[in-house]
Design a protein around this ligand. Structure first.
Ligand code: ZN
Length: 145
């Protein structure tokens, strides 16, 4: 297994230039999730406008996989409805469960298909999924309000 497939350029780019980082002052719900196996943590704020994601902002620290993944996720999901976002989240979860056998659906995941290689590394899957699990949680909490 080559590390190339783990650290694709687009992943490193999001790690170096994180998108939507910096928590919004107002939000409908906020969650804090930790990946104890690696020490990654993120706080995620969601602000809804009706059923649409107005802003999805975060702050966090940890490995490049976890931080790049949440950056790419917030970029992908901002502006989508919660139903559209659920399709993207499910597609990413399936990709992470594929053990390296799936290439990902670029029409749904766009740049996030770069994480396909991560699914070959069981120890890093939790890193890649951290932000996405936090999103599932924060979306439920925002809707329950
Ligand atoms: Zn990590």
């Amino acid at each position: 297994m080559e590390l190339d497939s783990l650290y694709q350029e687009v992943i490193l780019d999001h790690y170096k230039h994180p998108q939507h980082k910096g928590l919004s002052p107002t939000f409908d719900a906020q969650v804090h999730h930790v990946n104890t196996s690696c020490g990654d943590e993120i706080t995620l704020n969601i602000d809804l406008e009706g059923n649409r994601i107005n802003t999805l902002t975060w702050d966090g620290q940890g490995c490049s996989i976890s931080q790049a993944s949440v950056s790419m996720m917030s970029d992908l999901l901002t502006g989508k409805t919660l139903e559209e976002a659920a399709v993207v989240v499910n597609s990413f979860s399936e990709l992470m469960a594929s053990k390296g056998t799936a290439a990902g659906e670029p029409e749904i995941l766009e740049d996030a298909v770069a994480f396909a290689g991560v699914s070959k590394f069981p120890g890093r899957i939790k890193c890649a999924l951290l932000g996405w699990m936090a999103f599932k949680d924060v979306a439920i909490q925002a809707q329950a309000k």
